[in-house]
Design a protein around this ligand. Sequence first.
Ligand code: VG1
Ligand code: CO
Length: 557
Amino acid sequence: LKSISVPTTPFDDQKPGTSGLRKKVKVFQQNHYTENFVQSIFNALGCKVKNSVIVVGGDGRYYLKEAISHIIKIAAANQVSKLIIGQNGIISTPAVSSLIRSNKTTGGIVLTASHNPGGINNDFGIKYNCENGGPAPDNVTNEIFELSKKIKEFKYVPDLKTCGLIETIGVTTFKVDGRDFVVEVIDSVENYVNLMKDIFDFGKIKKLVNQPFNILIDSMHGVTGRYVERIFVEELGADVNKNVTHTETLEDFGGEHPDPNLTYAKSLVDKVKADTSYDLGAAFDGDGDRNMILGKNAFFVTPSDSLAVIANNLECIPYFKKNGVKGFARSMPTAGAVDRVAQKLGKEFFETPTGWKYFGNLMDAERLSLCGEESFGTGSDHIREKDGIWAVLAWLQIIEHKNMSVEEILNEHWCQYGRNFFTRYDYEECEGKGANDMMATLESMLTSSGFVGREFSSLGKTYKVKVGDNFSYVDPIDKSVAKNQGLRVLFEDGSRLVFRLSGTGSSGATVRLYVDSYEQSNFKNDAQDILKPLVNIALEMSQLQKFTGRDAPTVIT
Ligand code: VG1
Ligand code: CO
């Protein structure tokens, strides 16, 4: 086979966001759009591409196969020596991370738009992960963007037949320009299942699941279906009819948002509420890196609390017994429950910008073992992505060890540490200008003299401003700086308001408002009630309704 060079013209909108390039499928389907971006990734890798090995996999959404076909033909022409591809192109995001690490590959290409809807009218995404298994850091994604704006040609092997190539497990070798080019199609789950067996005590979890401790695991028609069937049903003995649901991966996720929260995973919430025999409910997003944990009666565990509880109970998980526990971290908008655990256990603690890529350096430097985000992300240094199934297994291991219910574990935790009440309001797909103007106006107010010390009141509660800023982060390892990571208002009693614009949306602007406060009593109160005064203050301070025209959020978590 012979490679050719195809002349092309650049697109100006290929800037990767919080987690890769995410756009509507129809954008990726434009002539040369996908090819340009993939070639820009290889151009950014430079001399690392020749003889490289790259993992390729995605969450099963619409356009996956076409994208992989382009990737194969472009990789072959760029002298990549081998692609490791999941059967039918399917690999969860955490499993890609694991495969990169266990095969010591050059990197991986993850094809997902995560929790965004799929299908011909919805979203697709391409993300590059580096040799540590984590999302490429800002300097790499910036380089990819710069190159994408200047691209003049991409390399391609038009005659390489990709039809049927990734359907069966096995190795195919092609001769391209006189060199060997290998496509290895692998079982999507095996490597990941083995990793989980190394981390957890499956024997004990199996005993719990057969006790019977009744679980309901919802894959939301995303990529995790096959992982759930293999791990929970085959390995841990769960009942395929009673304990798992929506395990068939669909190109459009059944027409829903594959996002595990109280709004989009409502069918799980309703089922666990209606059937009180369920002791734990869990759901994952499209690509399998997010998780939601529910207890009996759909008792909701906030991701910020989930992280803190796992941090407080790591000793019952064999992986941490063996490797020890280094530091903890959370993203800035995540509520500070884990901070208190870190303090009590004498562990180093880090507060990073939103997005998993900021945890990788700390893990590689062996300063971080466990981290999480308020957006239903939890994970550890076993890989370099957040990991939904891992989080559920961690919870089951803890429940087995403590012999307590989910709610009892939370109550015990709050009694010991106090409770961080947290909520996030999302205003999805606002008009861009209004959202940007709101942020700019708010920023100038927050950073003006006289803002610190100002008092804001609502519903009989008054809060005094301690800090107002735009969060920036200096990576402790490589000293790189990430600026403009979210507007923060910190009050003297420890309560916080955070405003950010999403970096994963594919159209318009999504405003995220994060609100949290810390209480040492009234643990059983409803978070929405407790936080109402702060929410009112946030809306007033930002003039959100005036700028965006929205009088209510699209999602509350
Ligand atoms: C969102 C979340 C962030 C998460 C990111 C990727 O980003 O807020 O915490 O890391 O999605 O998650 P943003 O910029 O839209 O707020 V996923 O599950 O894509 O991998
Ligand atoms: Co995801």
